[in-house]
Design a binder for this molecule. Structure first.
Ligand code: SF4
Ligand code: SF4
Length: 351
């Protein structure tokens, strides 16, 4: 470990391996269930100077930092500033990833011009988001064109399709698309469908074949492993879909406090440690019994959705405040166990 890097408290052996830069909440699209309610009218963004300063501070603070993720909103709206920021992180020896809706894949020539800049900047990976809501704003053909250019240039490429509704078949259709079938021959390309959650009461239900939802029983690995800066230059404890709905995940203003100080402050919050170990859904089950959330709020599709209720439901908070001490010793020993397993699997990967 280098001399000036942050030393974690004894019970946490690793510092974040990922630093996420939410460059802006502005987006060329305005998807109905966007977690940040992004749209073209939003103006704010981080400046290039702020982005570079934050990357450097993360690099100096987190000994285990490996990856910088650029996301939004739509990070490609930053144009040259995005490429400069990626280059800055690459020059520090870090891997880099961009998350985009792929609007810039207008035609093969346009896509190749952008990808040329990404190659110059040293980008390691690009993730495209698409699906039924996205495709109302960005045709899937653009994502395909941008993906082709990216794979052609040797960049690791992933397409993530939001979970389909009962009527839509975006994922199935994507898998059948001849260009996607061809791209799947490359080890640089992959495609997946992800978990989805609603943000408005009039949402259209999604197919959810996984009745058991094992992902709801997992701890949150975003906490302590990812460190996030928002477009308002705030440090956030996670990049969860509901981060703007939970004030407690905001750790402070990067103009006023050091990253190290804010990162450390999380360990004084037992609930964050508990969420890291058990995940919000399991905590709620332990405190309130099975089915509490479903009875009160309907179907739960995502741990970040449960996390909002954990921080906002008054009955739940009351129970949490009165009973959390009963869980402290179990949670801390499970944290040690989780840390040892993580460390062992990281060592295995290095061998
Ligand atoms: S493309 Fe992504 S960031 Fe933009 S509005 Fe849609 S979900 Fe939000
Ligand atoms: S579960 Fe909670 S802490 Fe974890 S990513 Fe989601 S909102 Fe953030």
């Amino acid at each position: 470990m280098e001399g000036n890097k942050y030393l974690p408290r004894p019970f946490l052996k690793q510092t974040p391996s990922t630093f996420t830069v939410i460059t802006t909440y502005r987006c060329n699209a305005a998807c109905k269930e966007c977690c940040f309610e992004s749209n073209p009218t939003i103006k704010g963004r981080l400046t290039l100077k702020q982005i570079k300063q934050n990357i450097k501070e993360a690099y100096d603070t987190y000994a285990d930092l490996k990856l910088v993720v650029f996301t939004g909103g739509e990070c490609f709206l930053l144009r040259n500033d995005l490429f400069e920021a990626i280059k800055y992180a690459s020059d520090l020896g870090l891997m880099t990833r961009c998350v985009t809706n792929g609007f810039w894949g207008k035609n093969p020539q346009a896509a190749r011009l952008i990808v040329k800049q990404l190659v110059w900047a040293g980008l390691t990976e690009v993730n495209f988001s698409s699906g039924v809501d996205h495709q109302l704003w960005v045709p899937f053909e653009r994502v395909i064109t941008a993906s082709e250019a990216s794979v052609e240039a040797g960049i690791q490429t992933l397409i993530t399709i939001e979970q389909d509704t009962k009527e839509s078949k975006c994922y199935e259709e994507a898998l059948q698309h001849p260009v996607i079938r061809n791209l799947q021959e490359s080890i640089l390309f992959s495609i997946q469908s992800n978990q989805w959650m609603p943000f408005h009461s009039d949402f259209k239900a999604r197919n959810n074949t996984d009745v058991e939802k094992p992902f709801l029983k997992q701890g949150c690995d975003q906490l302590f492993r990812n460190s996030v800066v928002t477009p308002h230059n705030m440090l956030s404890a996670c990049c969860g879909l509901t981060l703007e709905h939970i004030p407690e995940v905001k750790l402070g203003d990067l103009d006023k406090m050091s990253m190290s100080e804010m990162y450390r402050s999380q360990f004084d919050d037992f609930l964050k440690i508990w969420i890291h170990v058990d995940g919000p859904y399991k905590i709620i089950e332990k405190l309130m019994g099975k089915g509490y959330l479903e009875k009160k709020y309907g179907q739960i599709n995502h741990n970040c959705q449960a996390c909002v209720y954990l921080h906002k439901d008054k009955e739940l908070i009351h129970k949490l405040e009165n009973e959390y001490q009963n869980y402290v010793s179990d949670v801390i020993s499970n944290l040690h166990l989780k840390e040892s397993v993580t460390k062992a699997s990281l060592l295995m990967k290095e061998v």
